[in-house]
Design a protein around this ligand. Structure first.
Ligand code: NAD
Length: 490
């Protein structure tokens, strides 16, 4: 099967923060890959705009190095070299101060009329408002313009509302693309295809047949390079409010009437609004201690008194007809034993077993794996082969279908590739709407308030050894319900 690449019309993309870490590691390599695949035409313009003093030639070098380091499967053959030359020719650079006057007139002169213009806000969130204001002042905020806003989108409901209001002064909702890169992952979209493109799963997708759902996003890294930001945020704000919440929405939502931005986002919003407040008993906060030869969190962030959590696990309930009675267990943390993210839909036991006790009891588990090795697997129970008695065994049914689809199809694009192309195509389905983000904060804020009264006196999270599966209390969160977390394993 040959993958279809539909080229997009030439566009202008301005990357504010074009010399930053995110631009270097993700945005620029993603653009290069789409260019090399033939999706971006060579009369497109990509303009870096940042405070750092450099000229276009220097930025082109910076970008070439970023591609070498971060564009996957960069091979160094002749075709690759030609593609790189073609790509860097599309690049321009402007020295610009987001909150001052420097560079804005020059930028306005470079950005063209009559084609899609996208402005990627890859700078610190405190500059988002200033960027929106300056774009308006310099005549670049018209109907053809789109803005792409990175996380974090606020640190609580009030700040997210404020940011939404600020952006809304110059851009309407249809122009605002709030990124959650988890939504750009191939497997996350495949989850929707599997749920809503097959008859097989949907009838079982409710509390009558699903015992519980668990979502794990485990990282092995600590707070490397982001200590200041992270120590003011913590796992609940940095991961739970956005990434895990989005995954929960896609798993739990009702079928939208159409796979289009507003029908999909309406259904996600209903899920968030149906979430019960999290009870303090159903919430575990942890902080990594030294272990495995690595420093502990407090040492890492240089704050010996830090009470910020680097791990959070919780049990959530969705109060609606579909899910009443099915708990959702969510956990995320840093410095855990493996880098592994997955959603597991654990189905109930059969109501009655016709087999002997020594056949064992078995369950179907649908696993949606986000990293590493994106893919979907269904655990089914079969007879253990052999002439002996009827013994049952669980085997995985691999639903990645790499063989059926061919290697090209199985070569998943990076989330940023898809999301940036969606911005250019004007498709907001995989981006968060303002009301969704606010609803997620409205649910997260009271949970945070259970430990943080705003007086800086939050109790210390439970320490867990680096390289472990998190605090023991997190295991107890499930064990007391007679359930177990799946092992964190890459
Ligand atoms: P960074 O500090 O590496 O880069 C910041 C960029 O902003 C630089 O290009 C710098 O020159 C520019 N800049 C700073 N002040 C400026 C000003 N006044 N005017 C114009 N440009 C200015 O930051 P980053 O890690 O690339 O993050 C950028 C954004 O992306 C942030 O909002 C961050 O929260 C978000 N983000 C980053 C990551 C990541 O992995 N790095 C992941 C998710 C979200």
């Amino acid at each position: 099967m040959v993958s279809r690449v539909i080229p997009v019309e030439p566009f202008d993309l301005v990357i504010f923060g074009g010399t930053g870490d995110l631009a270097r590691r993700k945005i620029l390599p993603a653009l290069f890959r789409r260019f090399r695949a033939g999706q971006i035409r060579s009369d497109t313009r990509i303009i870096g705009a940042a405070r750092r003093e450099m000229d276009t030639a220097a930025w082109r070098n910076f970008v070439a190095e970023a591609i070498s380091a971060h564009a996957r499967d960069a091979e160094g053959d002749r075709e690759e070299a030609t593609a790189r030359e073609g790509f860097v020719r599309m690049l321009d650079y402007v020295v610009l101060d987001a909150s001052g006057e420097t560079g804005w007139a020059q930028l306005a002169g470079l950005v063209g009329d009559g084609r899609v213009r996208a402005f990627y806000f890859s700078v610190a969130p405190r500059l988002f408002g200033a960027l929106a204001e300056r774009l308006h002042q310099h005549g670049m905020a018209d109907g053809d313009s789109r803005i792409v806003v990175e996380k974090p989108f606020g640190r609580d409901l009030a700040s997210a509302q404020e940011l939404n209001r600020t952006l809304a002064r110059h851009f309407h909702e249809g122009q605002i693309y709030r990124i959650d890169h988890y939504l750009g992952k191939e497997t996350v979209q495949n989850l929707m295809a599997i749920r809503f493109g097959n008859m097989l799963f949907e009838p079982l997708w409710n509390s009558q047949y699903v015992d519980h759902i668990q979502i794990t996003v485990a990282e092995t890294v600590g707070v490397d390079g982001r200590a200041d930001y992270y120590d003011r945020a913590g796992a609940m704000r940095d991961m739970m409010q956005n990434h895990l919440m989005q995954l929960l929405c896609l798993i739990a939502m009702e079928p939208p009437a159409r796979f289009e931005p507003d029908p999909v986002r309406d259904e996600k919003l209903k899920v968030i609004r149906a979430l019960d407040p999290v009870e303090p008993d159903n919430l575990v906060r942890g902080q990594y201690a030294a272990g495995d030869g690595m420093r502990g969190y407090r040492d890492h962030v240089g704050n010996p008194d830090s009470t910020t959590e680097s791990f959070v696990a919780l049990k959530a309930h969705i109060s609606n007809w579909r899910w009443a009675g099915t708990p959702f267990y969510l956990r995320t943390g840093k410095r855990l034993r493996d880098r592994a993210s997955e959603i597991a839909v654990v189905f109930k036991d059969t109501p009655h077993s016709i087999f002997d006790d020594d056949a064992g009891r078995h369950r179907n588990i649908l696993t949606i794996r986000l990293q590493p090795n994106e893919g979907i697997e269904l655990g089914v129970t079969i007879k253990e082969p052999g002439p002996g008695g009827m013994r049952l065994v669980d085997v995985p049914l691999d639903m990645t279908f790499a063989e059926a689809l061919g290697p090209e199809e199985a070569d998943f694009p990076d989330a940023y590739e898809r999301l940036i192309m969606d911005v250019i195509r004007g498709n907001q389905t995989l981006f968060m709407r303002g009301d969704e983000v606010e609803a997620a904060w409205a649910w997260t804020d009271p949970a945070i308030a259970t430990w943080d009264g705003g007086d800086g006196m939050a109790p210390a999270p439970i320490p867990y050894p680096s390289g472990s599966s998190g605090p023991r209390e997190s295991l107890m969160l499930m064990r007391r319900d007679g359930r177990e977390w799946r092992e964190i394993r890459a």
